[in-house]
Design a binder for this molecule. Structure first.
Ligand SMILES: [Zn+2]
Length: 192
């Protein structure tokens, strides 16, 4: 298990225990320009979850080990390991989040590599097939088989299924927008 805390906006601390080593990493900056600093100390195995405290600009990571409490201090000057925790009078506990073990470098989400064959932005082929053979395409490509003056359906909503229409002459099903029967040519009622 590793433990992670955001010391300040954009400044992330991660600590993990590997065998008798405590690995402390500091990552600052944004995903585009990240600076990372990693230091390892021989502290012994942790016997309990670490605790983090802030005092001014300094952060103190207190570790419980088989040989007692020990501390790693993080300040502008770097990461220092002290044999015993410093006086924490006035220090404020800082939230420390438990995270799954991740290798250093992947500790914080890197810029995700583009998956192969990623669709270009705006061309995401989001296709929905609805019942009744109706087809809706979203995104830039709008396939409108029956241009009509009716207001376009707002994206994301499903138009209610209209009543099916049938030719009164031959009984064939007729498309809603058709004015004449495609089979026999009879005029179709426009009222649904
Ligand atoms: Zn007909």
């Amino acid at each position: 298990m590793a433990y992670r805390a955001e010391l300040e906006a954009g400044l992330l601390l991660q600590a993990e225990n590997r065998a008798d080593q405590t690995i402390v990493s500091l990552t600052s900056g944004t995903a585009g320009s990240q600076q990372a600093q990693q230091t390892g100390f021989t502290t012994g195995r942790w016997t309990a979850a670490p605790a983090l405290y802030r005092r001014g600009l300094r952060a103190v990571l207190v570790l419980q080990t088989a040989t007692g409490a020990t501390a790693v201090e993080i300040s502008a000057g770097g990461i220092h390991y002290g044999a015993r925790p410093p006086d924490l009078t006035g220090a404020v506990p800082h939230p420390l989040q438990e995270v799954p073990d991740v290798p250093f470098g992947a500790a914080f989400p890197p810029m995700a590599p583009l998956p192969p064959l990623a669709p270009l932005p705006g061309m995401a082929p989001m296709e929905m097939r609805m019942g009744g053979g109706m087809e809706a395409r979203m995104g830039n490509m709008t396939l409108q088989m029956n241009p009509s003056p009716a207001a376009p359906t707002p994206a994301g909503s499903t138009p209610p299924d209209g009543p099916r229409r049938f030719c009164t002459q031959c009984g064939k099903e007729a498309a809603p927008a058709h004015r004449f029967c495609g089979t026999c040519g009879a005029a179709l009622s426009q009222s649904p």
